[in-house]
Design a protein around this ligand. Structure first.
Ligand code: ARG
Ligand code: ASP
Length: 719
């Protein structure tokens, strides 16, 4: 009896913990329906309408998509935004040179005139969202063929989007949720004049570098600041000296109150993609096939890059962003595999699947064979998926750069191959390619690219199925006896694509006669040889599996929702605005190791090591530390730096505002803790933590370190 009681108490607390669990990336317009009650129970003081509303200014008006893959937020009524240092990294690097090394030294505009213009950078505001499921599915019927159904849906989507933004300058985005069981429309407004206001030196903004990346405890001051400009009517406009700072409908108040363990936190941003509802076969594919191989390729790329970057400061700058990009997913994959293994995730999924099938047999026979269908697809899909991933590593994702540049000429070739050449179109393409080539050579270092190319060609040959080996290996094996270095020597000697002047000339003077020369260039030949394998052998199969999986995913998603009908499901991330909420909290990392929830300047000084590049503390910061010159940012004799919380976040959430119970800004989200990076596939409330920069550290750096305290005057600071 007593035992039963104890057990039911345990069961009860488990249920409570579960309903408190912090998993989930919720839809802002549905908070009222699903979340607000729980959020308020956890301490949140605002209403759902304060977060998202179409009738009044609300928190969502202060959140933007920054560039293409990050989040940012408004912190003044003059268009000032803050995001991560790693989100503004490309821009900071773009303005950097050995003479003006903003990556190393930081940059601060001391007035609006000094702010730097960033071609191509934009920020996106969400004006409103709508559930358009019925309209999207209109005209589809139960027994319809998938092809037919997709056609109807595509036509509906096109019409809905057009209608939504008719006669406006808005842009419409329409995305499937729950794998096509629901659809939402997003009406966006995009601002294109976004200027760099400030960034700390990398020794603060990237402190700990790739050594500390994806890790807690963390001491990275990962922020940068930009300003949105608009035309005189506050509307989006291309860059112009006449533009004026944008006046937002809403900006966040910045809180100096700080965080205590257990405090409510909310992250409001754009999580990119998650895979919460995939079958166990997907996890098997990642952990056994795809992740290990791709990790290996990137390990080699990074070894080579690091060596060249350490040897030459100019190369260090050129490859800074590329290196960070490669390293980031590389390390995440390692963490993901580790996390899934420790969670015993495959086994857990398999158990769920067994229970699901048992249920389906009795209650929903139409779903009984979903899992066996998955099984038969993943059996071959895994290999195609790996090959595709490897191909991207070879030519795209900073693989053989020279070959990638050559591949870009395809657009010109296509134009000049036609019967009649449209000169305007040709010139437009030329202008684009010239711009691309100039950017390419700004950040190009040939010896490094050569070495990586040889390495990659060797690895591809030994890691990828015989069936997918491109024709070029016949040449490599016959003429160069399999010696990839020799082949690469020839490649670089013969190709024009490693020479900026030749390339620019080639593009500018391109005509129908140039096609032959292009087709003879060995870099183009090499690309073509890979391209052929992909278009002929990989893409078609891959696409076939993907469309089959899309249908299965849709059904399996619906089935899982029926199977666990009293659970509230959240949709996988799809780079749409979401709310995650949880609390500030430490965690047990491993046996006997408990990590507290926050870090401070003390930890930066503990890590300080002039011999380790990632751990060099700037002299000015050391001086502030020595003199305890902390001003109003002092807390318990130090300055707070980062904190950990239980919010469910993923890539894309970087730069997201982290808000307290009052809806004030307490931090900027930038990462996750190592033990929990598998949260894209399976969330573990005990160990999954998002990492945020404490906003007080941001203010401290801007004010005390950079001497740009004038920026604080624009902010609404709540003491
Ligand atoms: N891991 C973080 C995110 O996924 C930060 C990445 C930037 N930092 C780096 N060292 N690469 O984006
Ligand atoms: N660092 C990631 C980002 O850039 C966030 C994450 O994956 O947790 O979006």
């Amino acid at each position: 009896m007593i035992r039963k009681l104890v057990l039911s108490i345990i069961a009860l607390t488990i249920i409570q913990i579960q309903s408190r669990a912090d998993e989930g990336m919720w839809i802002p317009m549905l908070l009222q329906k699903y979340n607000i009650e729980q959020m308020q129970e956890m301490g949140f003081k605002l209403t759902a309408e304060d977060v998202y509303s179409v009738n009044q200014a609300c928190l969502k008006d202060a959140v933007v998509i920054f560039g293409r893959g990050c989040t940012g937020e408004l912190i003044s009524d003059k268009g000032l935004i803050v995001t991560n240092h790693h989100c503004g990294y490309g821009q900071i690097q773009y303005h950097s040179s050995v003479e003006n090394d903003y990556l190393t030294n930081g940059f601060w505009a001391m007035s609006q005139e000094e702010e730097l213009v960033n071609p191509g950078l934009s920020v996106t505001f969400l004006k409103r969202m709508d559930d358009v499921t019925d309209a999207v599915l209109e005209g589809t019927t139960e027994g319809m063929e998938d092809k037919e159904r997709n056609k109807v849906i595509a036509a509906n989507i096109k019409a809905i989007k057009e209608e939504a933004v008719k006669d406006t300058h808005y842009k419409a985005v329409l995305k499937p949720f729950f794998h096509g069981n629901q659809y939402f429309l997003f009406v966006n407004e995009i601002y294109k004049d976004v200027r760099l206001v400030g960034a700390p030196p990398s020794a603060i903004g990237k402190f700990g570098g790739d050594t500390d990346n994806w890790m807690w405890p963390r001491h990275t001051g990962d922020f940068s600041m930009f300003r949105i400009y608009a035309d005189k009517d506050n509307k989006p406009a291309e860059y112009s000296a006449d533009n004026v700072p944008y006046k937002p409908g809403k900006h966040f108040s910045v809180s100096m109150k700080g965080v205590q363990e257990g405090d409510f936190t909310m992250v409001f941003g754009y999580p990119g993609s998650t895979y919460q509802y995939v079958p166990s076969y997907h996890l098997e594919m990642l952990t056994e096939t795809v992740n290990p191989k791709l990790i290996d390729v990137r390990t080699e790329k990074l070894n080579i890059m690091n060596r060249y970057q350490e040897a030459d400061p100019a190369v260090r700058i050129k490859y800074a962003a590329k290196n960070a990009r490669i390293s980031n997913s590389w390390k995440r994959w390692i963490g993901e595999n580790r996390g899934l293994e420790i969670l015993d995730a495959i086994n857990k999924k398999q158990k769920q699947e067994e229970a699901f099938v048992k249920w389906a047999k009795v209650k929903a026979p139409e779903y009984v064979d979903l899992l066996s269908k998955y099984k038969s697809i993943y059996k071959d899909y895994a290999n195609y998926n790996l090959t595709y991933g490897y191909y991207r590593e070879m030519i795209r994702s900073n693989g053989m750069e020279l070959v990638y540049l050559a591949s870009q000429m395809e657009a010109l070739k296509a134009i000049y191959e036609g019967e009649e050449v449209n000169e305007d179109a040709a010139n437009a393409v030329k202008a684009k390619l010239v711009e691309r080539a100039e950017r390419f050579f700004k950040d190009y270092y040939k010896p490094l690219d050569k070495e990586i190319s040889a390495q990659l060609l060797g690895m591809y040959a030994s890691n990828i199925d015989k069936a997918f080996q491109p024709e070029i290996y016949t040449l490599i094996n016959s003429k160069y006896k399999g010696n990839v270095e020799k082949y690469v020597d020839y490649l670089y000697k013969k190709s024009i694509f490693d020479d900026k002047d030749l390339v620019l000339d080639f593009i500018n003077n391109f005509s129908s006669k140039s096609i032959k020369a292009l087709e003879k260039d060995p870099a183009y030949v090499l690309n073509n040889s890979f391209e052929t394998v992909y278009t002929d052998k990989v893409y078609p199969q891959l696409n076939k599996y993907r469309s089959e999986l899309a249908v299965l995913n849709k059904d399996y998603m619906a089935a899982q929702m029926k199977f666990e009908s009293d659970k509230v499901f959240y949709p996988d991330a799809n780079f749409t605005l979401r709310v995650s909420y949880g609390q500030v909290k430490g965690y047990t990392a491993r046996d006997a190791v408990y990590y507290k929830h926050s870090t401070s300047l003390e930890g930066i000084m503990e890590k300080d090591n002039p011999d380790i590049y990632d751990y060099r503390v700037p002299a000015k910061l050391k001086e502030l530390y020595k003199n305890k010159d902390y001003g109003r940012y002092e807390v318990d004799g130090s300055v707070p730096v980062c904190f950990a919380a239980t919010n469910h976040t993923t890539g894309g959430n970087s730069g997201s505002p982290v808000l307290n119970a009052e809806g004030h800004l307490i931090g900027i989200n930038f990462d996750r803790a190592w033990e929990g990076v598998m949260s894209d596939l399976m969330f573990n409330p005990d160990q999954c933590r998002n990492i945020s920069l404490d906003i007080r550290y941001v203010l401290f750096i801007v004010d005390k370190f950079a001497g740009a305290g004038y920026l604080l005057d624009e902010m609404t600071i709540v003491e």
